[in-house]
Design a binder for this molecule. Structure first.
Ligand code: ATP
Ligand code: MG
Length: 335
C-alpha cells in the first residue's frame, strides 16, 4: 500500500509541471534587458580603456551566470595589473571618471569588505557595482554558466529556488541566510546526485580550462557541448525536482556531519574539512563548500538563529510540495 501511495504521489506531481514552468518562464529576463546591459558594458569599457589601456572589464554574478532575474543590478569586475596598486585610489579615480561622464549616484565605497564603486546609468536605468580584481568571482560565474548549459533543468530548478528564497526572505546574507550563489551551488549538487545523474562533476573530469587565481588552481572541463544530452536518461521533471530538493534539505540532509561539495560531486564529512566546531565567526551549521576556495564555507554566515529560520522554511516548502493542492501559489507566498 505504501508503494502504491508513493507511486500515486509521484504520478500526481506532474500536474504541477505546467504551473512551475510558467513561473520559470515569467522569471527569464527579456532580450532587450540583455541588450541594455551590453550597451552599458560597452560604454564602461570605453571609459576605462582611456585611463587604463591594459585593464579589462568582466561581468560576473547573476547577470553573467545565467541565473539572473529581470531588473537585476549588474556586477562588474575591473581587472588591472596587480603590482603595487592602491585599490582605493583606483576606485576614487574611477568614480571621478564616471561622474564626469554623466553616470548618476556614483559612490566609491572604499571601506567595504569588498570595496566597490556604485553607479546608475540614466540612459538604460541599470544600476551597477564595480569591484577590482575579484577574479575568483569571474571564474565561479563561468563555472555556474557552464553547468547551466548542460541541462535546462538546472536553470529551471535554480530559478524556482531563488524565487522561493527571495519571497520567503531567506536570501539575505546580512541576516544570516544564504546568498543566491549558495542556492545555485545547492541546486547543482542536488542534480549531480540524482540517479541517474542530471549533471556531471566538471571539476573531476579532464580539465580543458585552467587558470591560477591568487594561488588557487581553478581547473575543470568546460567543453560542455561535447557532453551531448548528459542528463537525458534521467526523466525527472521540474515538479519532481522541486519536490526532491526541498525534501532533501528538510528531511534528508545530515546537518551535523556533512558538507555539500560541487567540486567533488559528492557529500563530504565535516571531519575531513575540520569544520566540526566554531572557529571565529564560522559556525558551520550548514556547510556548502566553495568549488574553488575550498576552505570557504558558504554557510558561514548562518548562525544559531538563522539556521532555525532556514530549516523551518525548508520544511514548510517540503510540506507544501507533499500536501498542498496548489503548491505553486503557496510556495512563493510573501513572508
Ligand atoms: P542575485 O540575483 O540575488 O543578485 P547573484 O547571482 O548576483 O544573485 P550574489 O550572491 O549576489 O548572486 O553573488 C554575485 C556573485 O559574487 C556570484 O555569482 C559569485 O560569483 C560571487 N560570490 C557571491 N558570494 C560569494 C562568496 N561567498 N564567495 C565567493 N564568491 C561569491
Ligand atoms: Mg547580484
Amino acid at each position: 500500500r505504501m508503494v502504491k501511495r508513493y507511486m500515486a504521489c509521484r504520478n500526481d506531481i506532474h500536474r504541477y509541471d505546467a504551473p512551475f514552468m510558467a513561473v520559470y518562464k515569467s522569471l527569464i529576463p527579456a532580450e532587450e534587458e540583455l541588450e541594455k546591459q551590453k550597451q552599458l558594458m560597452a560604454q564602461l569599457e570605453n571609459l576605462v580603456s582611456k585611463e587604463w589601456p591594459h585593464a579589462k572589464l568582466y561581468l560576473y554574478g547573476s547577470c553573467a551566470n545565467s541565473f539572473g532575474f529581470p531588473k537585476s543590478d549588474i556586477d562588474v569586475c575591473l581587472a588591472i595589473e596587480d603590482d603595487g596598486i592602491n585599490k582605493s585610489e583606483i576606485l576614487l579615480k574611477l568614480a571621478n571618471i564616471l561622474e564626469s561622464n554623466k553616470l548618476q549616484n556614483v559612490q566609491a565605497l572604499t571601506r567595504a569588505r569588498v570595496p566597490i564603486v556604485k553607479l546608475m546609468d540614466p540612459v538604460t536605468g541599470i544600476s551597477c557595482d564595480i569591484c577590482i580584481n575579484n577574479v575568483l568571482a569571474v571564474v565561479n560565474t563561468k563555472l555556474l554558466r557552464d553547468y547551466a548549459r548542460i541541462d535546462v533543468r538546472l536553470r529551471q530548478l535554480a530559478f524556482i529556488v531563488k524565487h522561493w528564497a527571495k519571497s520567503r526572505k531567506v536570501n539575505e546574507t546580512y541576516q544570516g541566510t544564504l546568498s543566491s550563489y549558495a542556492y545555485v551551488l545547492m541546486c547543482i549538487h542536488f542534480l549531480q546526485l540524482r540517479r541517474p545523474p542530471i549533471l556531471p562533476c566538471l571539476q573531476e573530469m579532464e580539465p580543458t580550462y585552467s587558470v591560477r587565481v591568487d594561488n588557487i588552481r581553478c581547473a575543470y572541463f568546460d567543453k560542455v557541448d561535447r557532453l551531448g544530452n548528459f542528463g537525458s536518461s534521467n526523466r525527472e521533471t521540474i515538479a519532481e525536482l522541486v519536490w526532491g530538493f526541498f525534501n532533501y534539505w528538510a528531511y534528508a540532509h545530515d546537518y551535523s556531519n556533512t558538507v555539500v561539495s560541487v567540486r567533488t560531486g559528492s557529500i563530504l564529512g565535516k571531519r575531513e574539512k575540520d569544520w566540526t566546531r566554531r572557529v571565529g565567526n564560522d559556525r558551520h551549521l550548514i556547510c556548502i563548500e566553495d568549488p574553488f576556495e575550498t576552505s570557504h564555507d558558504l554557510g558561514r554566515v548562518v548562525d544559531k538563529f538563522s539556521i532555525r529560520v532556514l530549516r523551518e522554511e525548508f520544511e514548510r516548502a517540503a510540506k507544501i510540495m507533499h500536501h498542498d493542492p496548489n503548491p505553486c501559489a503557496k510556495l512563493f507566498e510573501p513572508y
